[in-house]
Write a protein that binds this ligand. Structure first.
Ligand SMILES: [Zn+2]
Length: 237
């Protein structure tokens, strides 16, 4: 059951956060009894542990949002603009690249070629084929100049990284944010870029401007977004 897998992964993330916090407790217990010259070392260690724990908690929270979005939660209604559960589920299903869609894309637009990189990257990670029945992941690639940055949604990401770009909590855990964050971390600023995503942008990333806002923080002039449903150019300057 895919929902069971999602819940299992969420539980693992929560357990990780608790482990970090247990460590925080044991180090802070030492503070009252240690020598003065050890205090600094303990405090530094506590700072690292607290930061790590907050990353784990954030990750678990993001994952929860993702599960809620995926499985349609009443509590997300207000965030998603009163969209009803059925709409969310239908929207997600319609976002998948079906083999029929991929076939039709071969027709002439040449869009399947741009997805090839993403398909190979999925293969390397052992992720299911985009749009297949057990696919719960999204892979994105940001191309700028001769550089490429692959992003994965945080719950499928073996090494999720902190997202420091300002963005809404839903987009934060999505592949688009992961790709844009890596470009940001690598110092990419300005110019024109292309973002290829193997699932259509969700409402938070697309319609509500999550991707656009992040692109702006990279100071991009223009971002071409290619997803299974087609191509869109976001003009920023
Ligand atoms: Zn998204």
């Amino acid at each position: 059951m895919p929902l069971a897998d999602d819940i299992e992964e969420f539980r693992r993330n929560v357990a990780k956060a608790i482990e970090e916090l247990e460590e925080v407790r044991s180090v802070s217990d030492k503070l009252t009894a240690c020598a003065v010259d050890e205090i600094h070392r303990h405090l530094t260690q506590l700072q690292d542990l607290c930061e790590q724990a907050s990353i784990e908690i954030k990750r678990a929270t993001e994952q929860l949002i993702e599960i809620n979005t995926k499985w349609g939660s009443e509590s997300l209604k207000s965030y998603l603009g009163q969209q009803n559960k059925r709409d969310i589920i239908e929207k997600r299903d319609s976002n998948l690249i079906t083999s029929a869609m991929a076939e039709s894309l071969k027709g002439g637009s040449g869009l399947t070629d741009v997805f090839q990189d993403l398909a190979e990257y999925r293969q390397q990670l052992g992720l299911p084929i985009a749009g297949s029945e057990d696919d719960r992941s999204t892979v994105a690639k940001l191309e700028i100049g001769d550089r490429g940055f692959f992003g994965i949604n945080s719950s499928s990401n073996p090494n999720p990284r902190p997202i420091t770009l300002r963005v809404n909590p839903i987009s934060r855990s999505h592949a688009e944010a992961d790709a844009l964050q890596q470009a940001f971390d690598a110092g990419v600023r300005g110019g024109r870029a292309r973002l290829v995503v193997d699932r259509d942008l969700c409402r938070a990333c697309g319609q509500n401007g999550g991707v656009k806002g992040m692109a702006r923080q990279l100071d991009l002039e223009e971002l071409e977004v290619i997803s299974p449903s087609g191509r869109e150019v976001i003009q920023l300057k």
